[in-house]
Design a protein around this ligand. Structure first.
Ligand code: AP5
Length: 215
């Protein structure tokens, strides 16, 4: 299955993708995670991406598309993938369609996780991250031991772009550049909406049910 998780920053895309990737046995591809790994390693891509991410803006389309194109060449994508945070603009979506068409493939399903802006600001302020890709929340999804990842034992950290002013800028960017994708995929008849204000487990159950019905 080739799926996209769509939704504003903090909607729960990464949280749901981690669960779904295990349940569906397909790779979770997060362009945000790829950029953060490059920032950590200090690569030229990381240096470039950091200037945009810290300002709450999108990394330029040509850079992001190139990364995804390369990632899709990996063998683990032959049975499908779960895109998290890509595409994020209409040009990215069009390029992605063309890329898949060249491989004789297409997107099967787009899950749009809906969460209002005020709840997002609250969620971001309590988010804690691990370099292994796991995401926690101090109240809604705490680790067993405070500040430590359950999966790998590393120390959790706060994302720099989770500062309130940056979150507001990211939301603005989302409404201007990413939300038009809802109509783009609705017109193709492959978009389903999910209420992302429910608990993490309830949202996972709803998504898995939708996938079952779709299949
Ligand atoms: P990226 O990492 O993709 O960030 P994002 O889309 O803004 O999304 P987030 O990771 O912030 O949130 P999420 O929806 O995954 O929520 P999460 O599960 O963590 O991108 C970062 C930056 O990279 C972008 O701003 C941009 O600059 C750049 N970039 C990335 N992709 C790009 C692209 N394609 N083109 C150009 N630039 C790109 O959940 C949030 C919190 O809420 C967590 O603490 C979690 O525990 C909690 N939570 C989750 N679900 C629930 C629930 N149901 N109830 C209660 N709490 C919950």
């Amino acid at each position: 299955m080739r799926m996209i998780l769509l939704g504003p920053p903090g909607a729960g895309k990464g949280t749901q993708a981690a669960n779904l990737s295990i349940a569906l046995k397909i790779p979770h591809i997060s362009t945000g995670d790829i950029f953060r790994a490059n920032i950590k390693e200090g690569t030229p891509l990381g240096v470039l991406a950091k200037t945009y991410i810290d300002a709450g803006k999108l990394v330029p389309d040509d850079v992001t598309i190139g990364i995804v194109e390369k990632r899709l060449e990996n063998k683990d994508c032959v049975n499908g993938f779960l895109m998290d945070g890509f595409p994020r603009t209409i040009p990215q979506a069009e390029k992605f369609d063309a890329m898949l068409e060249k491989m004789g493939r297409s997107v099967d399903l787009v899950i749009n996780i809906e969460v209002p802006d005020d709840l997002i600001v609250k969620r971001m302020s309590g988010r804690r991250m691990c370099s292994c890709g796991r995401t926690y929340h101090v109240d809604n999804n705490p680790p067993q031991k405070e500040g430590i990842c359950d999966a790998c034992g590393n120390k959790l950290y706060i994302r720099e772009d989770d500062r309130e002013e940056t979150v507001k800028e990211r939301l603005k960017t989302y409404h201007q550049q990413t939300s038009p994708l809802i109509d783009y995929y609705k017109k193709k008849g492959i978009l389903v909406n999910v209420d992302g204000t429910k608990s993490i487990d309830d949202t996972s159950r709803e998504i898995l049910e939708l996938i079952k019905n779709h299949a």
